[in-house]
Design a protein around this ligand. Structure first.
Ligand code: SAH
Length: 207
C-alpha cells in the first residue's frame, strides 16, 4: 500500500519520510515506525487467534485518522490467509472518516468492498461493542486514563496497545494482554496484564 494515498496532497513529497504528517483537524498520520511498532506488538495475538479460531480474528483501530493503519491491518490479514478476519476503524471526527474512506478508495478499495475493512464514526472511550470481542485493539491517541470499556472488549488472549498518560503528564505506550474473562462483563484488573513499553507523544483521545 502507498502512504502517499493517505496524506494530504500538499504532503505528497514527504509521504515516505519516517515522520508524522498533518491530516487536518489538528491531527496527524503517525510516523511509519510507530505504525510498524504497533503492528509488531499486536502480531503475536493475531497469529495465536488465527491458529485457534481462524474466522474470529477481529481488529479494532481506534482513532483511525487517515485510514492507513486500518488498511495495513486488512492487508496483513490477507497475507496471513485469515479469510474472514475483519478490521474496524473508528474515529470521532466525521470529516476525517470521510477523507479516510476516500483515501482507501484510491487503491485499496477492494478491502472496503469485501468488508474486510470498515471505517465509521465512533468514540474510542466506548469502543465498538457490537463488533467485539476483539483479538487486537490499537489506540492511536493518548488516553488520560485507562479506557475500561475498551479493555472489556478484548477477547481472552487478546492484546491492546495504547498510549496512556502517566504521572507528571507524560505518555507511555502500554501493552495490555487479556489473560482471563470474568462472567459479569465488567472490568476486573486481575483479568489484564499491563506492561509499560516506552515514552510516546500522541494527540489526546478526546472525551
Ligand atoms: N492512527 C491514525 C491517526 C492518528 S491521529 C493515523 O495514523 O492516521 C489520532 C486520531 O484519533 C485522530 O484522527 C483523532 O480524530 C482521533 N481521536 C481522538 N480522540 C478520539 C476518540 N475519543 N475516539 C475516536 N477517535 C479519536
Amino acid at each position: 500500500m502507498d502512504r502517499a494515498n493517505y496524506v494530504s496532497p500538499i504532503w505528497t513529497q514527504s509521504a515516505y519520510d519516517d515522520a508524522p504528517l498533518s491530516i487536518g483537524h489538528g491531527q496527524t498520520i503517525s510516523a511509519p515506525h510507530m505504525h510498524s511498532t504497533a503492528m509488531e506488538e499486536l502480531l503475536p495475538a493475531i497469529k495465536k487467534a488465527a491458529k485457534e479460531k481462524k474466522n474470529l480474528v477481529r481488529i479494532l483501530d481506534v482513532g483511525s485518522g487517515s485510514g492507513y493503519l486500518s488498511v495495513a491491518f486488512g492487508r496483513l490479514l490477507a497475507i496471513m490467509g485469515i479469510a474472514d478476519g475483519k478490521v474496524f476503524g473508528i474515529d470521532v471526527v466525521e470529516d476525517l472518516v470521510d477523507t479516510s474512506l476516500q483515501n482507501v478508495k484510491k487503491e485499496d478499495g477492494d478491502l472496503l468492498s469485501s468488508g474486510k475493512v470498515s471505517i465509521r464514526i465512533g468514540n474510542g472511550w466506548r469502543g465498538l461493542p457490537s463488533e467485539g470481542p476483539f483479538t487486537a485493539i490499537h489506540v492511536g491517541a493518548g488516553a488520560d486514563a485507562l479506557p475500561k470499556d475498551l479493555c472489556v472488549q478484548l477477547a481472552k488472549g487478546g492484546r491492546m496497545v495504547i498510549p496512556v498518560e502517566t504521572a507528571g503528564g507524560y505518555q507511555s505506550f502500554y501493552r495490555i494482554d487479556r489473560v482471563a474473562l470474568s462472567d459479569d462483563g465488567k472490568f476486573h484488573e486481575e483479568d489484564f496484564v499491563m506492561k509499560e513499553l516506552f515514552p510516546v507523544r500522541y494527540v489526546p483521545l478526546v472525551h
